[in-house]
Design a protein around this ligand. Sequence first.
Ligand code: F6R
Length: 611
Amino acid sequence: MCGIVGAVAERNITTILIEGLKRLEYRGYDSAGLAVFTQQGHLERRRRIGKVSELEAAVAAEPLVGNLGIAHTRWATHGAPTEGNAHPHFSGHDLAVVHNGIIENHDVLREQLKGLGYVFTSQTDTEVIVHLLHHTLKSLPDLADALKATVKQLHGAYGLAVISASQPDRLLAARSGSPLVIGLGHGENFLASDQLALRQVTDRFMYLEEGDIAEIRRDQITIWAVDGQPVQREAVQYHEGAEAADKGHYRHFMLKEIHEQPTVVQRTLEDRLGSDHVLVQAFGPKAAELFPKVRNVQIVACGTSYHAGMVARYWLEELAGIPCQVEVASEFRYRKVVVQPDTLFVSISQSGETADTLAALRNAKELGFLASLAICNVGISSLVRESDLTLLTRAGPEIGVASTKAFTTQLVSLMLLTLSLGRVRGTLPAGVEAELVEQLRRLPVRLGEALAMDATIEKTSELFADKHHTLFLGRGAQFPVAMEGALKLKEISYIHAEAYPAGELKHGPLALVDADMPVVTVAPNNELLEKLKSNLQEVRARGGELIVFADEKAGMSNGEGTHVIAMPHIIDALAPILYTIPLQLLSYYVAVLKGTDVDQPRNLAKSVTVE
Ligand code: F6R
């Protein structure tokens, strides 16, 4: 989604802005631009559709040198991805704004501003902001005062960065519904929508809170809270390795992140396991008091995170005996929901900024849930800040747009939740928790074994090179794993993929099966195996080609049109985590074969902060 970078310094800031934008590329965007207060004493901008490298080339061709500037990567919401719609937007020659988010009342404001004589050059909602600010400056000449008055008229979500040629010693920022962070330097300061953009220049950050307005000068930061009063925000040191934004020796971030899974799963388990049980305190100080009261769980999430929630439903009901509902956030937020007494609301999100998930949480607060728990990868995200309880997934920054390590760490976290709730409520059968805790400790090694199948799966990917459609099948908790496998394949290889519970095959989708439709199946060695084998016969009888990821003990072997890939044996409850790995690798290698942009698939954004 959109990204913001800003800088005020003594040195030339153009390269800092461009490097910052490059670090935000992983979020997905369709155009990029920057505006700099130049040594000649005026604002100049460059904008390009396409990659940041195009913008960089434009700046190299016509250099911009200055000490104050703002930059942006845009993901089109209002108006097509054109150079004219790319940010920064100007009002006159001396005021520039970049904006993340959506202004809902932009139509009304646009008409008012047109009435005042403003001429619009783009279709964006952002241009409304810059003209409104320009108009406000006529009565409130101080930029900070004018910005405070301007944002009061905006409905919707925004992260804003503003510079003015007539007040060139400062960079202004405003946050409401879209994250912003100030990077603290020595005699220079920075702004970004994600700290990752600024790791090249600092490791000290100050996070703006909802409603904050900030004035950033080279040697001074002033912040006003939503009530207009000056506030101090804590400066924090960032400890995550700077190398996280590097591909290392991997060809793509996605492959690197797939291979990081043993490490990040290990990290997600650290300090959360006692000798034979899960430490409930891992969920926060209020968990020990709240968990015994939980009689129901409502999970809400989007995309991959939703699939993690679907797996958790099987776990919560089967292992902990707790009723669980799972729903995509975009549906939940607009539905009349009837809340059962003592229901724990659980949101799952890698970014913690997904607009639908955040809105669902905010709705949930009005609906009388017992408490809210965020399972999230970003500790300073809105979702975490607004939830009663949190379990961080510790996957580290996920750069590839297709979620991989975030999913498996979400699953591990949800297993911790299942075991914690089951124990405090006394619904977990004896010995189950100790056994699963032991198996969780071994999980990183098992994931390593699955990753060692890399070369086999790369070979298998050739079966998909000329295919246009695929089916993914699973039963029980492997059904959501099949859904996740299908999502990965479609989003990065653009091959149409659908997932079905294997038992549903004969109720319709079997009609699609022929030699051109590979059918991918996950087949751990559990009580549903025999039923699954019959489903696979149904496929073979129609000439369908089968790719089966089967437990080494499942007694399945290669045959005509059947490719069996043996998986290391694992306890059934943890099989969804292990079987995810080969499906991620399969999608990855098919996408590489197809030559797609693996880390930034078309039309997709990493963090979906608009509805
Ligand atoms: C798919 C993918 C998306 C996200 C979804 C939710 O690979 O990454 O489906 O899972 O947009 O994002 P988060 O987890 O950040 O709320």
